[in-house]
Write a protein that binds this ligand. Structure first.
Ligand code: BG6
Length: 476
């Protein structure tokens, strides 16, 4: 069987992690612009505005704003069929609450999408990827405020209209589910511009935020289809696959519950158009008032279901009731360590088989919805040899395993339509703000100490992924 004809091979990035040019073309300050450099054991600091003397890696990122023609030409050499990026909301509406869009920002993306088409690449665009206008945080309290729904829909409609003939594939909120953990202040801020207040019921805040985002996402889908009925508008879920650590039925139930609330809740709302029954028990147990879910909202959510389901997959984790079990880090959330798996230097467990399992689970859950993997990749320290070469076999091995798993899942009957690796060109890590955590097939000479001239070079994985794209996955 193999990969279907027209399968979308490519790579994915987010505006704030590669563009730089944080004050160019009338761009406003985003939430990413007030987050400092962190490290593996040093959380990024969220500062009160931009504070002189602090290091903000996203301000310059990899300066894609000035290098995009060169970068797209390089990606095209690998045979990319598509390129996923986000539109920085702050380039279009610098403060988020204006009524007039910023023409210079719109023009930048016109040029970007035209360049992609010139090289035969389909743009895949995320509307909100951890980079909302900072003004919406300070003035409105982020997504806890219902006014954000209108601001977001205005932004979505503006870009849908402008790019209706240039962009077909869209997604609304990146990793909408990764803010489910009330103990992680980081994701509440990056995703939704929420800063917790002392003593408030964080669960209530987060679920109200999620509800506003569900309504905004559904309205965007509804409006988008009016503008171009051929649009494919998807959701985006951070899928960390969860296994029970042991056969203890308590672990099995704990994994089942966590999977429902971390992975399935948001997908169910956005694909099936209604809140799943299991979440109401959770609401009750955490004293969450749900009176904000109106009948009108329910209708919107039912009408604005997504056209395809997209997700990120980096790793799996285990779940256990044993409080003394060894833990490991992960993509925005921790889990119990799996004794059968190796992990990256950042503790992310490498599990290609988990991808086949996940694709099958998702297809079983949403049988009529095409699936796309929009992030998968391996963050690692790379070494540049004296002759400039970079031998990243570890990255090639990671991808080989995952692409093989995709092939198996397609054999299983899963309707997978595309695959974009995370960070085909090195960029700023979202979690740590580091350059040192590299994902790319293309190396960027830029370092955490601010040195480097932003020059680009090809790693071994560049030549390997080129074969994959050009052979439609036959040669891995
Ligand atoms: C996903 C995000 O969570 O993981 C990306 O959508 C992010 O923005 C990616 O970069 C990898 O995470 P990190 O922390 O290694 O950059």
């Amino acid at each position: 069987m193999g990969f279907p004809k027209g399968f979308l091979w490519g790579g994915a990035v987010a505006a704030h992690q590669l563009e730089g040019g944080w004050q160019e073309g009338g761009k406003g300050i985003s939430v990413a612009d007030v987050m400092t450099l962190g490290g593996p054991n040093k959380p990024r600091e969220i500062t009160d505005g931009v504070v002189p003397g602090k290091i903000y890696p996203n301000h310059e990122a990899i300066d894609f704003y000035h290098h995009y023609e060169e970068d797209i030409a390089l990606l095209a050499k690998m045979g990319f069929k598509c390129f996923r990026t986000s539109i920085a909301w702050t380039r279009i509406f610098p403060n988020g609450d204006e009524t007039e869009a910023n023409e210079a920002g719109l023009k930048f993306y016109d040029d970007l999408f035209d360049t992609l088409h010139r090289y035969g690449m389909e743009p895949i665009v995320t509307l909100s990827h951890f980079e909302m206008p900072y003004n919406l945080v300070t003035k409105y309290g982020g997504w806890r405020n219902r006014k954000l729904v209108d601001f977001f829909v205005r932004f979505a409609v503006t870009v849908f209209k402008r790019y209706k003939d240039k962009v077909k594939y869209w997604m609304t909120f990146n990793e909408i589910n990764n803010q489910r953990d009330v103990n992680t202040e980081f994701t509440a801020f990056t995703n939704s511009g929420v800063l917790y207040k002392d003593g408030e019921n964080r669960y209530e805040v987060l679920y109200q935020v999620a509800h506003h985002e569900f309504v905004a996402s559904a309205l965007a889908v509804i409006e988008g289809h009016k503008i171009n009925p051929d649009f494919m508008i998807g959701n985006m879920i951070a899928h960390t696959t969860l296994y029970p650590l042991t056969p203890n039925p308590k672990d099995i139930l704990a994994a089942f519950d966590e999977d429902n609330f971390k992975n399935n809740f948001c997908g169910d709302v956005q694909v099936r158009g209604e809140y799943p029954s299991f979440i109401f028990r959770y609401f009750k147990e955490h004293n969450i008032d749900t009176s904000y879910i109106t009948e009108e909202d329910k209708k919107i959510i039912k009408e604005g279901t997504v056209d395809f389901y997209t997700f990120s997959y980096y790793m799996s984790n285990c779940v256990t009731v044993d409080e003394n079990a060894e833990t490991t880090a992960g993509n925005m959330s921790k889990g119990a360590k799996n004794p059968y798996l190796k992990a990256s230097d950042w503790g992310w467990q490498i599990d290609p088989d988990g991808l086949r399992y996940t694709l099958n689970l998702l297809h079983d859950r949403y049988p009529h919805t095409p699936l796309m993997i929009v992030e998968n990749g391996f963050g690692a320290f790379d070494t540049v040899e004296e002759d400039g070469s970079i031998h990243d076999d570890y990255r090639i091995d990671y991808f080989k395993g995952h692409i093989h798993a995709m092939k198996e899942a397609i054999e299983d009957g899963v309707p997978l339509i595309g695959y974009t690796t995370w960070g085909p060109i090195d960029l700023v890590s979202a979690g740590t703000g580091q350059y040192a955590k590299r994902y790319g097939f293309i190396y960027v000479d830029r370092h955490d100490d601010g040195t480097g001239d932003f020059s680009r070079s090809k790693k071994d994985s560049f030549y390997w992924y080129k074969k994959v794209c050009e052979s439609n996955g036959e040669e891995i």
